[in-house]
Design a protein around this ligand. Structure first.
Ligand SMILES: Cc1cc2nc3c(=O)[nH]c(=O)nc-3n(C[C@H](O)[C@H](O)[C@H](O)COP(=O)(O)OP(=O)(O)OC[C@H]3O[C@@H](n4cnc5c(N)ncnc54)[C@H](O)[C@@H]3O)c2cc1C
Length: 383
């Protein structure tokens, strides 16, 4: 039996990032069911950091990590973790109210976000149809992230501090004995006083294995297709373009357009695959809003974005199950929030409370605690 201080279940961005901070002072082992970390949602994102998207707590947690992405410590990576990209929200006439409500909500925390005219929007992204658009705003601070470099940076730091990731190691049985969890996996038996549940879409499945109450996590499938821009068009300098009601979006990544119908279809936790109907919707919606014909799909994939009722992640000890710490529900924001959330989770897991800089951004323990989902105080969000 191998012993450590913290046993983390799941080696996606959530597990890797909290392991990174905890390993600086504690013995940490990360258990991953697949044969490589990042196979599920972490490897399937569209890699955007934006201050213009999601509930206030999400935007705060993203902002808390912005300086790290821009200036990572030297030993974290030899590659840039991000580059400027920009993001534009656009609205049709019938969506204008929604767009202005969203603009009003995000400006207090991010005053650089500003309305732009339709003419400016079309000048920036000439494939947008002028007569489709009625209002637009721009987040000039949005960045494109290098997810692999970020994920590998967390894992490298874990290993450098003496921690380890064990793959092909699904935590199948978890028993509490003598103040420790004894965790059985196909790769051996592990013991630790604390288990951190970073199992992504499977977080409630893992909770059931320790007898904890579910947090009501709903994995939602989202589809992405990659296609070539029209001949002669170079979209590398375009911002990400997001329909304000989340009916579609597209982002140019190294010369290829990534498009999505922004679907959010509830799914069991699984190895999500794209469905034909969602691919057809992507093509239809992007062709309606732009002059880009989508003739050939170069790549397609789907991933699960897992949400609890209020759309805010869950980070904190389960009050009813000793030594069981939740780190789940990152939804569509788990990469951009990974620095702010994992530093917070590591601090909470070691009894130090919310880090001062994160607290200064308005985040309280209560905002993240699992209890809010059980006592009826969590607000229900649309996502
Ligand atoms: C299409 C799409 C676009 C997105 N775009 C963005 C974006 O632009 N910006 C952003 O910030 N976020 C984005 N996201 C969201 C982001 O990718 C997720 O929030 C994040 O990857 C979740 O990470 P995770 O570690 O919780 O989950 P995962 O990466 O799924 O990791 C969980 C891991 O736990 C393992 N596991 C589960 N059960 C067990 C067990 N019992 N034992 C051992 N291992 C177990 C699984 O095998 C898995 O590897 C996007 C997501 C999708 C699908």
């Amino acid at each position: 039996m191998r012993e450590c201080d913290f046993l983390i279940v799941g080696a996606g961005i959530a597990g890797a990032s909290v392991a990174h901070w905890l390993a600086k002072e504690h013995k940490v082992v990360v258990l991953e069911r697949e044969d490589q970390p990042g196979y599920h949602t972490t490897g399937r994102s569209i890699a955007v950091y934006t201050e213009a998207y999601g509930p206030a707590a999400i935007r705060a947690l993203a902002i808390a990590g912005g300086p790290f992405f821009k200036n990572p410590p030297k030993d974290f990576t030899s590659l840039p973790l991000c580059h400027p990209h920009g993001l534009m929200f656009v609205a049709r006439e019938d969506q204008k109210t929604l767009l202005y409500d969203a603009l009003k909500a995000v400006q207090p925390m991010s005053p650089a976000i500003r309305e732009i005219s339709v003419a400016e929007a079309v000048a920036m992204v000439p494939v947008l149809k002028r007569d489709y658009l009625a209002a637009c705003f721009l987040d000039p601070n949005t960045m494109a992230l290098d997810v692999n470099a970020i994920h590998q940076g967390y894992l490298r730091g874990l290993k450098a501090a003496g921690g380890e990731v064990v793959t092909n190691a699904e935590a199948t049985r978890l028993e509490r004995k003598g103040g420790k969890w004894i965790v059985t996996t196909p790769a051996g038996v592990f013991a630790a006083p604390v288990v951190i549940n970073a199992a992504g879409a499977w977080a409630d499945v893992l909770a059931a294995r320790v007898g904890a109450k579910a947090i009501g996590l709903v994995p939602k499938r989202r589809t992405v297709i990659a296609f070539a821009p029209p001949a002669g068009v170079n979209g590398n300098a375009w911002p990400v373009v997001f329909d304000t009601k989340e009916e579609w979006y597209f982002k140019v990544d190294a010369g290829t357009v990534l498009g999505s119908p922004a679907d959010a279809t509830p799914s069991p936790p699984t190895d999500a695959q794209p469905e034909e109907i969602d691919i057809a919707l992507t093509i239809d919606r992007i062709e309606r809003a732009t002059t880009m014909p989508i003739r050939r799909i170069i790549r397609k994939w789907a991933g699960l974005r897992s949400f609890v009722a209020d759309g805010v992640p869950v980070a904190g000890y389960d009050p009813n199950v000793e030594g069981f710490f939740w780190l789940a529900g990152q939804g569509g924001y788990g990469i951009e929030t990974s620095v702010g959330l994992s530093r917070t989770a590591a601090s909470l897991a070691t009894g130090k409370g919310i880090p001062a800089d994160v607290r200064a951004l308005g985040i309280t323990e209560r905002d993240l605690a699992p209890m809010r989902l059980w006592d009826g105080t969590a607000k229900v969000a649309a996502h």
